[in-house]
Design a binder for this molecule. Structure first.
Ligand code: NI
Length: 177
């Protein structure tokens, strides 16, 4: 069990494109385990390697509900090969704690990736799973959900997020006293 620190916005690592994994070796499997541990601890429905400071194209997703068994989806070097429809979903991001905003995405996507055994597989998802896969694959490209907003909406969201961060800092200072 290795819960890693989650990188918060603003941090350059979050806007840097990650590199493809050459070989799914022990290091990559350890990275997958750390990502899963960190995501479940947070808790969140998805986490990408850049969010723990590792610029590799690896992400984990689990959209199961709290009362359901875990259902971990591991995507290594994922690529969206098909997309269709449109959906607007209220998204959050573990790198923007407390910020939730509506984002337009494709309703359905098909993704091709490697699994933890290094084998190619495809996964199709719609609605929440499709949104989560698009959000996490964006992270691997250095794209954040705020980059998917109009300029006006992004400015408002950034103001809101700055207030959230200020409150977190105040709360942390109060704890120190
Ligand atoms: Ni995110």
């Amino acid at each position: 069990m290795a819960v890693r620190d989650i990188v918060l916005y603003p941090n350059d690592v979050l806007s840097t494109p990650a590199k493809d994994v050459d070989k799914v070796d022990d290091d990559v499997q350890q990275l997958v385990q750390d990502l899963a541990d960190t995501m479940y601890d947070a808790p969140g429905v998805g986490l990408a390697a850049p969010q723990i400071g590792v610029l590799k194209r690896v992400t984990v997703i689990d959209i199961s509900k709290p009362d359901e068994e875990n259902n971990l989806l591991v995507l290594i070097n994922p690529q969206i090969v098909e997309r269709s429809g449109k959906i607007t979903w209220e998204e959050g991001c573990l790198s923007f704690p407390g910020l939730y905003e509506k984002i337009d995405r494709a309703r359905q996507v098909k993704v091709r990736a490697l699994n933890v055994e290094g084998e190619v597989f495809e996964v199709e998802g719609e609605e929440l799973l499709a949104v989560a896969m698009q959000h996490e694959i964006d992270h691997l490209d250095g794209v954040l959900f705020t980059d998917r907003m109009s300029q006006l909406k992004k400015r408002r969201a950034m103001k809101k997020y700055k207030k959230i961060l200020d409150r977190r800092e105040e709360a942390a200072e109060d704890e120190d006293e």
